[in-house]
Design a protein around this ligand. Structure first.
Ligand code: G6P
Length: 475
């Protein structure tokens, strides 16, 4: 009999495909999830199922991709343009994303998109079923694009272990209730044995939705669903600490960081890195920076705001509008406050390789995270992991999941321009001894609760729950 297999499932595969010069290129992701789960899916007969970020032109091309990905233990789910519009843009990013980030007015409810979301979740389930699973296998489903999948798999495999992780916040039940199809979404998740979140509040919001919307009885964090115990728990995700720490220690990165600082004339360097997203508080941050220059004119020419915005979801209207607004504000601040010797904001709309990010982290005196809502926010952890040798201060939104762990950061409410401004000012003025003391505490946490630890404790718990369920059934 074959060994137990582990199947990871997420919307995106950890490799994305691009066509350049008539050829297909397979580009591995450097994201946290890909590294954290690398040791899992690359082993034995384990696999990762997901969308390869590419729409093939022919059946022949699909076959080529399937074979190439199979060598990497990856199984593609191909999606048509129409499916991507309904499932990814329409439902995931125009209903679930805004609602789960508390932006009710941004949600666009469209029944056709809901049907396509269901159809695509079913497509993922079909692809999983083709993998010849058995009841001993373990499945880990990731994120809001696949909320119906746990139950679709459960209908086919009664006893199999299924875990689900939500990488974004889960809103209070009265906010979640706005979604016309909320019952089906919760029932979809309840196919899992372990439903996990970054923070305690998210898990409580989910449990409240189960009782208040579906009327399910709860015992502590345990729900009883069709005779099966389902647990909602908290597992804050970490990063690959070693990777960022090693990069930051390397001579090449140190030299590059020095070059960056020199290019900006050794001015106080404030770093912001985000995907283009309205949940990141980019506009609020720009307003706060302008307010800093206004209220503290002595800071002019002494600071630089280095803002890297990574292109994302640019086909969704809200994202296009945000991009225009950022362009306008950056232009305004640079035009009003800039001089021949100094441009207040260095703004990039691009994605940079990890080495360049690492050099920016090393170079930065301050890392500023202003998310209006964020499941976790890994950028602030990457900054911390890059700061063993150089000084720096983290200014962190109290509405990002990471604020529950990084208590030594300067925490601000991102809806308050005054608080962001004063947080920035305090960071810029902080004496080196205090910077070191605070950063050391943060480093200890990020090092210990790294992404491998996260994967390990999640699987340990999933196994524990399976054993518990077996004992329950034997009783
Ligand atoms: C967030 C979500 C992920 C998503 C990522 C990038 O971190 O939690 O599920 O993959 O954003 O967004 P994208 O829409 O490009 O996949």
């Amino acid at each position: 009999m074959r060994n137990k297999r582990t199947i990871i499932i997420s919307n995106r595969l950890p490799v994305r495909i691009e066509r350049r010069d008539q050829e297909l290129h397979f580009i591995p992701s450097e994201g946290g999830l890909a590294t954290g789960l690398g040791s899992v899916y690359q082993q034995d007969d384990n696999i990762w199922v997901g969308w390869p970020g590419f729409v093939p032109e022919s059946e022949e091309e699909k076959l080529i991709i399937r074979e190439r990905l199979a060598e990497l233990n990856l199984v593609p789910v191909f999606l048509t343009e129409e499916e991507l519009m309904g499932y990814y843009e329409g439902f995931s990013n125009e209903v679930l994303w805004p609602i789960f980030h508390y932006r009710l007015s941004y949600a666009v409810y469209n029944t056709d998109n809901w049907h396509i979301y269901k159809q695509v979740n079913q497509k993922f389930a079909d692809r999983v079923q083709e993998q010849d699973l058995n009841e001993k296998d373990e499945i880990w489903v990731h994120d809001y694009q696949l909320m119906l999948l746990p139950n679709l798999i459960r209908q086919r495999y009664d006893r199999i272990s299924i875990g689900y992780f939500q990488h974004i916040p889960f809103p209070p039940d009265e906010v979640f209730r706005s979604i016309p199809w909320r019952d089906e979404l919760i029932n979809g998740l309840l196919g899992a044995d372990l439903i996990a979140f970054h923070t305690y509040n998210d898990s409580q919001h989910f449990l409240n939705a189960c009782t208040h919307i579906l009327g399910l009885p709860i015992h502590n964090n345990c729900l009883h669903v069709g005779g099966r115990s389902v647990f909602a728990e908290v597992y804050p995700m970490g990063i690959d600490f070693e990777k960022f720490s090693q990069l930051a220690h390397s001579q090449a990165i140190r030299t590059r960081a020095q070059q960056i600082r020199e290019f900006y004339m050794d001015r106080k360097f404030i770093l912001c890195i985000d995907r283009l997203d309205y949940s990141k508080g980019i506009i609020e941050r720009l307003e706060a920076y302008e307010s800093l220059l206004k209220e503290y004119p002595e800071m002019r020419e002494k600071v630089i705001l280095y803002m890297l915005v990574v292109p994302s979801r640019d086909t969704v209207p809200q994202y296009k509008m945000l991009r225009d607004e950022i362009d306008r504000m950056v232009g305004h601040i640079n035009a009003v406050y800039g001089t021949n010797e100094w441009i207040p904001i260095a703004y990039f709309y691009n994605s940079f390789p990890i080495e360049e990010l690492s050099a920016l982290y090393v170079a930065a005196d301050v890392c500023l995270v202003t998310s209006i809502r964020d499941g976790m926010n890994l950028v602030c952890k990457e900054y911390v992991a890059s700061k063993e040798e150089t000084d720096g201060v983290l200014v962190l939104s109290e509405l990002a999941g990471a604020s529950k762990e990084l208590l030594e950061a300067i925490q601000v409410n991102p809806n308050s321009i005054d608080q962001i401004r004063e947080g920035l000012k305090a960071a810029l003025d902080m004496p080196p001894s205090e910077q070191r003391r605070r950063m050391k505490d943060s480093i200890d946490i990020v090092r210990k609760f790294n992404v491998r630890h996260w994967v390990k404790i999640f699987f340990n718990r999933l196994r524990e729950i399976k054993t518990f369920q077996k004992q329950e059934m034997a009783r």
